[in-house]
Design a protein around this ligand. Structure first.
Ligand SMILES: [Zn+2]
Length: 232
């Protein structure tokens, strides 16, 4: 049905174009007699543009449709306007393509950009255990709790006096037996003689606020010490 209508429409278009061509040939050959004077260039431009400010009943249109000079000029102007319109459409289409390509490129770049969560700056924290009495194993704790934020922290622990140098494992546990370990890190101790400190990155972002234990274990002699820890 649609195809049939479309075919009829094209056939009609062809017929109209043929009639128009026949008329144009007659006019250009000077076989028609125009009525009235030749309109000015601006009017011919309006006619060529199919401008709304010139109605078909305007005598200038009737003149241009029958005057060889005016029709020649209108046909020239129509060619100019058509090529200008094509250029504009091409520019607009190219502009649209450029926008689409830019959007796609930006989207791909965003998708490929890694989220630098692991590169996030760790919050520096210092825990001073220098004067802290040490609790080995499951001895009851009577220490003042130390505290850390629920964040990615770079914690520097000043180890209790008489701590040995070496590599330390630093962990956060829920219990004092070191079974329920929730975060850990390890590093070699640094510092002067008899004053050791260890600096480790620990990710505490997934921890609920509350009471935990901070566990330090000397990796060589396996001596573990627990300190009450509050995650804030
Ligand atoms: Zn004329």
């Amino acid at each position: 049905m649609w195809l049939n209508l479309r075919w009829r429409s094209r056939a009609e278009d062809r017929l109209d174009a043929w009639i128009t061509r026949q008329h144009q040939e007659r006019v250009l050959a000077g076989r028609m007699i125009p009525v009235g004077p030749c309109p000015d260039e601006a009017s011919l431009k309006s006619i060529a543009k199919h401008s709304k400010d010139i109605s078909l009943s305007d005598p200038r249109v009737n003149h241009a449709a029958n005057c060889p000079a005016c029709m020649k000029r209108v046909l020239e102007l129509r060619l100019v306007y058509r090529s200008r319109r094509r250029r504009l459409m091409f520019t607009a289409a190219a502009g649209c393509c450029l926008i689409v390509v830019s959007i796609v490129v930006v989207a791909i770049r965003r998708a490929n950009t890694p989220h630098h969560s692991s590169d996030m700056a760790a919050i520096p924290e210092i825990i001073d255990l220098w004067n802290a009495g040490t609790n080995r194993g499951d001895q009851p704790t009577r220490l003042q709790p130390v505290s850390l934020p629920a964040a990615l922290v770079k914690v520097t622990i000043i180890l209790p006096r008489y701590s040995e140098p070496g590599r330390y494992m630093v962990a956060v546990t829920r219990d004092q037996k070191g079974i329920d370990l929730v975060a850990r890190g390890s590093a070699a101790s640094t510092g002067e003689v008899n004053r050791e400190e260890v600096s480790v990155d620990i990710d505490l972002r997934n921890l609920q606020r509350g009471d935990y234990f901070l566990l330090t274990t000397h990796e060589q002699n396996q001596a573990s010490y627990y300190y009450p820890l509050q995650i804030k």
